[in-house]
Design a protein around this ligand. Structure first.
Ligand code: C2E
Ligand code: MG
Ligand code: MG
Length: 722
């Protein structure tokens, strides 16, 4: 390479700087976003230039890269890092320190010997605290050498990571040959993760690759909480970036580690099995912040950078476009979503007014209004938080076996009366076909229709899911194969069996249909008895698999969740409530004088009584995250996340009244002439040390009081100290 004179003098000055001890290392933390643990730091080089100040490596390392000076610098870095490892070790700070090794240094024939010498000179520092970051591209060119090196270092406990992963086109075969412990996803892919589908696919691919090869995966350059949340969702929990911490001097690390708390937003998204379709919700937060920053920036004299209409029209900003289309379709039924509209509108009104005032030179009223703007932003963010929680709760419960499996068919199988009938969705663009099928099927089933693929996907995704879909293959726009593929891709609709209706019955078509996940074919023109027989056969199969899946979590008698499932949900909800500082209520419901009922009417009747009560609970209109279970014997429980004491009391009273209205005769009750229940409620206080045991004990205590006070009532004590 031809060196310019500028480069030559920089190189000479750098060599002098190395001798004069002008190099420094700063450290950037790597954290596990899920657990909040700081797992290590990356050592990054700085040159404390006497005249130019602190220089980043980009300003000086490139000139050294093709010179032996890089090897001297690298050796200094190893020594300095080991010295620091020992200091932290003595402070009981358990951190792995990773250092960057330049390609030339790595391939230097003496590298291993130098490394050994450095280790020997710092004998008390644990080599297992040292990690070497090598560039993916360098490793690719010299797999045999690198492999030998990695093996030799591994014997000492030193680990390796492949830096800037994704930029070097590593193939699967190479990855197998380079036994690095860690893959670091390059920051260029993380930057646009939320907006660029391609980057998301690449990152998701790298994460998959890392898992498949049992490598740890670390994301570099995480600047926002939303990026972190998405990475976690994609399966990468470890991250490094300005959004967590900027590189800092060694002296600051211990304090930083002691005070580090993971972003609250991560906790909110943590262990939520959210759908990729909920991604816009994640972006909504940053959209709102960007809007406000723009307006505040404008007040400070910066340019406004809005698309036409984006400033004043709350339909036109990215959030608005999402809100009135996809958002509406997905979350339109949630209160938290509906409430967002007004605050979002207010945000745009304020923004427009602030810009107008500034343009008229009225700076003081504009500044006063900026305070209101910040206030509205806080409100939006907190509403988005609650929406996010609601959505997470909904997704979690949609995926839980009770929700999937206490479908109409399962309910029937376990003998609950009053469940919804089996629902079949017919998708066909020809109305006459729909009519013929509906005519045949509606005698036994509830039939719903869609005349195109998009509508079908939307309907299949609704909370009350179809038990079976009859899907036309040939439709304008999205064809049946594509609809089926998407249904199978979405975990929420994956389990719905799809039968194709087709005029084409050649082998290839059928193969394609099975490949995308269809279970059967019905050919046009229909022969109704055959359609009915095949539908019924598929429903029976579905029922069996539903039952198998649900058995572990479902109470066999009532068909609602069992104690085991309830324990699991309660544990999760307690954790979530505490983390998000949300209220959590629990109802314990006990059938009054149930022993007398059993003694008098017999156990068969007793079972039927419990089934009816379970049926009432399962059918009670409650919020999406609410959870109903048979606790055991004649006891039932209801978990109400996000519900305060007043809400819990209202729901409990509604349950009590509805069960009373069943009017199941009970001649041996001393409370009433029919079956009644007593209900105890407990609500967590935000300050409580919230555990399932405490909440259960409090609800039990309230239930005991309800019994003492004469049964057939709700007791809902205020939490202490409120
Ligand atoms: P790298 O190893 O990929 O290190 C990460 C770089 O990304 C660091 O830049 C870090 O400050 C920066 N970074 C971290 N988080 C963020 C973020 O959220 N956003 C953005 N935009 N950047 C972030 P730095 O310190 O300037 O180092 C640049 C590169 O110089 C390093 O990339 C590494 O390849 C090289 N380097 C640094 N120290 C050494 C060293 O001691 N020896 C050698 N050979 N190379 C080094
Ligand atoms: Mg690095
Ligand atoms: Mg990197």
């Amino acid at each position: 390479m031809q060196e310019s004179t500028g480069d030559a003098s920089l190189l000479a000055r750098l060599a002098e700087g190395v001798k004069n001890n002008e190099l420094r290392l700063v450290y950037q933390p790597k954290v596990n976003m899920r657990t909040g643990r700081v797992i290590g730091v990356e050592a990054l080089l700085r040159w404390a230039h006497p005249e130019l100040g602190i220089l980043a490596p980009g300003a000086f390392l490139p000139v050294a890269e093709h010179d032996d000076l890089i090897v001297d610098i690298g050796t200094w870095v190893i020594r300095e890092a080991l010295r620091q490892i020992l200091i932290w070790q003595q402070q009981n700070l358990d951190l792995v320190v990773s250092i960057n090794i330049a390609p030339r240094q790595l391939l230097d024939p003496d590298f291993l010997q130098v490394l050994n010498q450095c280790l020997a000179d710092e004998p008390d520092a644990y080599p297992s605290r040292l990690e070497l970051e090598i560039l993916e591209s360098a490793a690719l060119e010299n797999t045999a050498v690198i492999r030998a090196l990695i093996d030799a270092c591994r014997e000492k406990g030193i680990t390796f990571s492949l830096d800037d992963f994704g930029t070097g086109y590593a193939s699967l075969a190479y990855l197998r040959q380079i036994p690095a412990d860690v893959l670091k996803i390059d920051q260029s892919f993380v930057r646009d993760l939320l907006t660029e589908e391609d980057d998301r696919l690449l990152v998701s691919g790298v994460i998959g690759l890392a898992h498949a090869f049992r490598r740890v995966v670390v994301a570099e350059g995480v600047e926002t909480a939303a990026q972190g949340a998405l990475l976690m969702r994609l399966g990468c929990n470890i991250a490094q970036g300005y959004g967590i911490a900027r590189p800092m001097p060694a002296e600051d690390v211990a304090d930083w580690v002691a005070n580090y708390e993971p972003d609250a937003e991560w906790a909110a998204w943590d262990d939520m099995p959210w759908d990729m379709d909920d991604l816009p919700l994640l972006m909504a937060r940053s959209d709102q912040c960007i809007y406000v920053d723009q307006i505040l920036g404008y007040l400070e004299g910066k340019d406004l950078n809005f698309q036409p209409g984006e400033l004043s029209d709350h339909h036109q900003c990215r959030f608005g476009r999402w809100y009135y289309h996809e958002g509406q379709a997905r979350y339109g039924d949630l209160d938290e979503f509906i409430e967002l509209e007004a605050v979002h509108k207010a945000l745009h009104e304020l923004g427009t007014e602030i810009v107008r005032l500034k343009d008229c030179g009225e700076l003081t009223p504009a500044a006063a209004m900026a305070k209101k703007l910040l206030n509205v932003r806080t409100q939006i963010l907190s509403r988005l938080d609650s929406l996010q929680q609601q959505v997470g709760i909904r997704v979690a419960h949609n995926k839980s076996p009770t929700q999937i499996n206490v479908s109409a068919s399962t309910r029937r199988a376990v003998g609950i009366k009053g469940g919804n009938p089996v629902q079949i969705l017919v998708v066909d663009d020809t109305p006459t076909n729909i009519e013929v099928l509906a005519g045949a099927l509606s005698r036994e089933y509830t039939v719903k229709f869609a005349t195109n693929g998009e509508k079908a996907l939307e309907m299949a995704n609704r909370p009350e899911k179809p038990d079976l879909i009859l899907l036309d293959v040939m439709m304008p726009g999205m064809d049946g194969y594509e609809v089926c593929r998407r249904l199978k891709e979405n975990p929420d609709t994956r389990n719905i069996p799809v039968m194709f209706i087709t005029a084409r019955s050649d082998m290839e078509d059928q193969i394609r249909g099975y490949q995308v996940g269809g279970v059967d074919f019905i050919s046009k023109p229909f022969q109704i008895p055959i359609v009915l027989a095949r539908v019924s056969a598929q429903l029976r199969l579905k029922l069996h698999s539903d039952l198998l899946e649900s058995r572990a979590f479902i109470d066999g008698l009532t068909g609602i969740a069992n104690r085991r499932h309830m324990d699991e949900v309660l544990e999760n909800e307690c954790r979530r409530a505490q983390r998000n500082k949300m209220a959590l209520s629990l109802l314990m419901i006990d059938v009054d004088h149930f022993k007398e009922y059993n003694d008098h009417y017999g156990h068969g009747a007793g079972d039927e009584c419990l089934r009816q009560i379970g049926g009432v609970l399962a059918m009670m209109p409650m919020r999406p995250g609410d959870f109903v279970a048979r606790y055991g014997g004649e006891e039932f429980s209801v978990i109400l996340p996000g519900c305060n004491i007043t809400g819990a009391q209202i729901i409990a009273e509604r349950i009590r009244v509805t069960i009373e209205a069943l009017n199941l005769p009970h001649a041996h009750s001393t409370t009433a002439r029919h079956v009644t229940v007593s209900i105890g409620c407990a609500t967590s206080r935000q300050t409580d040390e919230l555990t399932p045991e405490r909440l259960l004990a409090a609800a039990d205590q309230a239930l005991y009081q309800a019994k003492q006070q004469g049964r057939n009532r709700v007791v809902c004590p205020l939490p202490e100290g409120t």
